[in-house]
Design a protein around this ligand. Structure first.
Ligand code: 6GU
Length: 245
């Protein structure tokens, strides 16, 4: 997958060198280009924002630098013919694991990170007429710009690309995957720590009992913390045998 990012703070994306993502880049599974929007602003102060037309508070990002930066990406030598442009925005569609799975199947993602009060609306219209464009929010709160949201989305997407995560099975069982339930609690050695024992069923060697316990834990965790995620058929279900443990 090719990922291009446009931002006035390219340094935010240094974190993409770390950990699994850095390895995926080294191994050529993902290719990332970070573009400084100010490189496409040509006045002495490399201005990317201006006052809102019609009045109001704050500043709006000017269309010309966005046009030059995005044209450069879309028209680059060997550019993908069908990129998806994502503008992180608190006004966008909410990012979910399902969306991450869909985006993991794309060949070319372009993230346009806005700051200030937003980007001139004509940028969305122009690129919406030339490519697929999506406004995406990572949740109901306000960030100062799209950079942190972009990093969160790239991490969620990239780890679903085959080969990025070492053990594909670890993808299947985690929260929000498989059955839409939260993940069950995990334990490792020692069997007792500070007087706290690992649940005995996990030491029983009885794989069916362990699977049943984990499923009950997932259901109870989801019921307690995120009841809106519970599948309809589990909403009324009696609590499992081990639920009170
Ligand atoms: Cl994608 N951008 C900004 N600025 N704030 C947000 C967001 C995105 N998602 C939630 N809050």
């Amino acid at each position: 997958m090719r990922i291009d990012i446009v931002s006035i703070f390219p340094g935010y994306f240094d974190v993409l060198e770390l950990s699994l993502l850095g390895k995926a880049k080294q191994r050529g599974l993902i290719e990332v280009g970070v573009h400084d929007l100010r490189d496409a602003a040509h006045d002495r102060h490399r201005t990317v924002d201006d006052t809102p037309t019609g009045g109001g508070a704050g500043m709006v990002m000017k269309p010309e630098p966005w046009g030059e930066a995005l044209d450069g990406i879309l028209e680059a030598e060997g550019a993908d013919p069908d990129p998806l442009i994502i503008f992180p925005s608190p006004a966008g569609e909410v990012f979910t694991q399902r969306m991450a799975r869909e985006l993991a199947g794309e060949r070319h993602l372009v993230f346009g990170c806005g700051r200030y009060e937003g980007i001139d609306q004509r940028v969305f219209e122009e690129y919406g007429s030339r490519a697929r464009v999506k406004l995406v929010s990572i949740g109901d709160y306000v960030l100062n710009g799209g950079e942190v949201a972009t990093i969160a989305m790239i991490e969620a997407i990239a780890r679903l690309i085959p080969g990025v995560v070492g053990n594909p099975e670890s993808l299947v069982e985690e929260s929000h995957e498989e059955d839409g339930l939260l993940e069950y609690p995990s334990y490792t050695k020692p069997a007792e720590w500070r007087g706290r024992a690992v649940p005995p069923v996990l030491l029983s060697g009885n794989h069916a009992a362990i699977a049943e316990w984990r499923r009950e834990q997932s259901i109870e965790r989801t019921r307690a913390g995120r009841p809106e995620l519970l599948p309809r058929e589990l909403r009324g279900e009696a609590r499992g045998r081990h639920a009170a443990e």
